[in-house]
Write a protein that binds this ligand. Structure first.
Ligand SMILES: NC(=O)c1ccc[n+]([C@@H]2O[C@H](COP(=O)([O-])OP(=O)(O)OC[C@H]3O[C@@H](n4cnc5c(N)ncnc54)[C@H](OP(=O)(O)O)[C@@H]3O)[C@@H](O)[C@H]2O)c1
Length: 419
């Protein structure tokens, strides 16, 4: 960010109509070599003191974490009437609404483009470019680590573990990858998009979450044969019973635009009554993507003028954000992919089909893969359902499990409609 502000100083001055300069800096370790010249910027050991300093107009928080220094200094900056730019999705997922209330009371901006999908200008698009549109669904590939792993698993036939190891070696995954691969990172970002999409209070703890660690080559291959690709999606959708927020491995049609988003790239699809489906894709993380979003946020503040009424942080005044009404996952409606490993015995296929029929699940396809010759041979049964409910699928799979035909854990992957 500092490199962009100093390296593009002349261009930024032309665009903003005023000069941008780094006035102050804080970090844990003052002596660390960051390879950056901070010029005449004042050093602060305490970021909260810096946040309150009268010498700054905009406070940029790039610390991370939902509590501690990040929360303390963002709150202090807003209360002191400073504009804030943050890349911190965890902070916004937990305290976004209360921070927005302070910003709006103080008449300052809280910008957070880098917090969701890195360099993709999705916050700006949803906050500013979609007036009058009613969003019906927003979904996306919001975690580059997961998309990188799934892309390599499909392209090279590698195991999940091998791809994760490579992601760690290349710096795409943390030493402890849980936060990314189990869907928490996607959930934080999704909770912010949900608020913007539906005008509701952020409800990050209400998100149904499944990660990608149990996706196997068998799933990837079966998906390909059926015309699907597996992606970890975050989906927020308005339904009759409330708002669904879910993060899980998802089958999307191979021909859909979102299925073409590979590697560490992110994408967000926004579906509205007026616009139809809009898809934005681009770099979701890394220094340049984050710097681009952060500098864009700072420039927007620089372009605004004193006395100008700033738009609300989450698209509607924070006090008017509605309570979030959660739709139960059991009432989710959609197609399902079910992969069963069963004993190769007479009657198993019929028993599986009966459990489906008993739960009123109509099948688009049912395929069984060749059995071995041994006495205890197994076979794979792959079912694709027409639209049904999560409750029906769970009941059918529970029934099949009770019948004692399975030799391995059943795999269930939801299918998402995508253009
Ligand atoms: N990395 C990305 O690609 C990316 C993309 C989008 C959003 N983000 C978000 O950006 C934020 C930072 O992520 P990062 O990957 O850049 O983390 P990072 O490399 O760990 O950097 C954190 C920075 O905060 C400083 N810091 C930590 N605790 C502090 C404290 N108590 N007081 C003052 N400074 C403190 C650190 O100082 P020292 O250098 O002295 O340790 C370091 O400069 C997170 O919210 C993350 O979600 C990151």
């Amino acid at each position: 960010m500092v490199r962009v502000i100093t390296g593009k100083a002349a261009e930024l001055t032309r665009q903003c109509g005023r000069e941008l300069a780094v006035a102050a800096v804080s970090a844990r370790d003052r002596n660390k070599d960051r390879g950056i010249d901070f010029g005449n910027a004042n050093w602060f050991d305490d970021p909260v003191e810096m946040a309150k300093s009268a010498d700054i107009d905009v406070f940029v928080e790039l610390i991370g974490g939902d509590e501690g220094a990040a929360h303390a200094c963002v709150k202090a900056a807003l209360e002191a009437g400073r504009h804030v730019v943050t890349a911190n999705k965890a902070l916004l997922a937990k305290h976004g609404v209360s921070l927005a209330e302070i910003a709006e009371k103080k008449g300052v901006l809280l910008n957070y483009e880098a917090a969701v999908a890195g360099g993709i200008p999705v916050i700006k698009t949803m906050r500013e470019a979609m007036a009058g549109n009613s969003v019906t669904r927003v979904f996306g590939i919001l975690n580059g680590t997961c998309n990188y792993i799934l892309t390599r698993m499909e392209a090279e036939g590698l195991s999940f573990d091998a791809c994760l190891e490579d992601a760690q070696r290349l710096g795409y995954a943390e030493a402890d990858p849980t936060f990314d691969i189990e869907g928490h990172d996607t959930a934080h970002k999704l909770s912010i998009l949900t608020s913007l999409a539906f005008g509701t209070k952020i409800a990050a703890d209400d998100i149904y979450m499944e990660g990608i660690s149990n996706i196997s080559q068998a799933d990837i291959r079966a998906a390909g044969e059926l015309g699907y690709r597996i992606k970890l999606l975050g989906v927020a959708q308005k339904t009759e019973s409330g708002i669904e927020q879910r993060v899980h491995p998802t089958m999307v049609p191979t021909a859909s635009v979102i299925a073409q988003v590979h590697g560490v790239t992110n994408a967000v699809a926004i579906e509205t009554d007026i616009l139809g489906e809009l898809l934005l894709s681009g770099p979701g993380a890394g220094g340049n993507a984050t710097a681009s979003a952060v500098v864009g946020d700072i420039a927007d503040i620089a372009k605004s003028r004193p006395g100008f009424q700033h738009g609300p942080v989450f698209g509607r005044p924070a006090r008017e954000l509605r309570p979030y009404k959660k739709a139960r996952m059991r009432s989710h409606e959609g197609g399902y992919f079910i992969r069963l490993t069963v004993h190769d015995r007479v009657g198993v296929f019929a028993a599986v089909a009966k459990r489906m029929a008993d739960n009123e699940i109509s099948l688009e396809s049912i395929v069984q893969h060749a059995a071995g010759q041994e006495a205890d041979a197994q076979k794979t049964v792959i079912l694709v359902t027409h639209e049904t409910t999560e409750a029906a699928v769970r009941k059918a799979v529970e029934g099949i499990t009770k019948d004692g035909h399975l030799t391995d854990k059943p795999q269930v992957i939801r299918i998402e409609r995508a253009g």
